[in-house]
Design a binder for this molecule. Structure first.
Ligand SMILES: [Zn+2]
Length: 305
């Protein structure tokens, strides 16, 4: 089996059927074997290997988490939780971990972490950001409380139930015969080109979102759309839905508000670009951490179906 796209491949069993079992949850929270992954201001705690720096429950008793702990799942018969220690000004000192571990941005460590650990970071980070942004009810404005091991917040006043968000984004490799369409945003490093992408809007199918985004950004009309692969992207809560899109037209009209440029590339050009390390060449594509890389590579390899 090929290795999973980064941020997917979580080996924990999410045990969603146990989240409402208060006695079971209480026992796991107090179990000295349970493991707790601290996040501080959206950064994750890692050791030098690098590896996730799991803490024990006694360590967590010394902090006052803003949300949770959030149950991540069971692994090796042991419960795993994420905790938010953002309220601490000097978390490493307070946790007694100065010199032993560091808080890092996920992108700084994801390529070096085992696939399952990177996916656990995506789960924990996404959940904790959601909690941080939903402390008040979107219906009536009153405070909400954590329920179901972190997978729901309930309004204290009107009982409205709020669930963690995942925002769908289509990201598509648009191809026409032996060429494919890539674009560049002004913020990209010089020389980098990637697949087009955009948020799915309410009342829109994935296929419709692909056709609309490609037409808006490049003026290209898309016919057949096929789902290819997906990637959790916890920045803060996206699910990247990778598609292969067949172009019906080839004349490009670039939307300069969205893109700096868009153009057609041959398989040969991109076969070379994939091998180039980032920022060392006139033409390169996003690194393997991003699903855009996998869409381009699969198309170059002839796996667009
Ligand atoms: Zn409410």
């Amino acid at each position: 089996m090929p290795s999973p796209i980064p941020y997917s491949g979580n080996s924990l069993d999410r045990v969603s059927h146990l989240r409402r079992d208060g006695a079971w949850l209480e026992a796991r929270l107090n179990d000295p074997e349970s493991r707790f992954l601290p996040f501080w201001r959206q950064q994750v705690l890692v050791k030098s290997e690098p590896a996730l720096a799991w803490a024990r429950s006694d360590l967590c008793a010394r902090v006052n988490p803003d949300a949770g702990p959030i149950l991540l799942g069971m692994g090796g018969g042991v419960a795993h939780f994420a905790i938010d220690v953002s309220a601490l000004e000097t978390p490493l000192e307070t946790l007694g971990l100065a010199g032993a571990a560091e808080f890092k941005e996920p992108h700084a460590v994801v390529s070096a972490l085992p696939a399952s650990d990177a996916a656990i970071v995506a789960q924990g980070r996404g959940m904790l950001i959601w909690h941080g942004r939903h402390r008040f009810c979107g219906v009536c404005g009153e405070p909400t409380s954590v329920k179901e091991a972190g997978y729901m917040r309930e309004c204290d006043a009107c009982d409205a139930e709020h669930f963690p968000r995942t925002d769908p984004v289509v990201i598509m490799l648009t191809h026409h015969r032996d060429r494919c369409l890539l674009g560049r945003q002004a913020m990209f490093p010089k020389g980098m080109w990637s697949t087009l992408a955009g948020f799915v809007e309410p009342g829109e199918s994935l296929e419709e979102a692909v056709r609309r985004e490609v037409a808006e950004e490049s003026g290209i009309e898309v016919g057949d759309v096929r789902y290819h692969a997906s990637q959790p992207w916890p920045f803060p809560a996206n699910l990247m839905i990778g598609c292969m899109a067949e172009a019906r037209t080839t004349d490009i009209t670039v939307d300069r508000d969205e893109l700096e440029d868009a153009r057609w590339f041959t398989r040969g050009e991109l076969a070379r670009a994939i091998l180039e390390p980032a920022q060392s060449s006139d033409l390169f594509v996003p690194p393997p951490m991003a699903i855009g890389h996998h869409l381009i590579r699969d198309w170059v390899d002839g796996n667009e179906r």
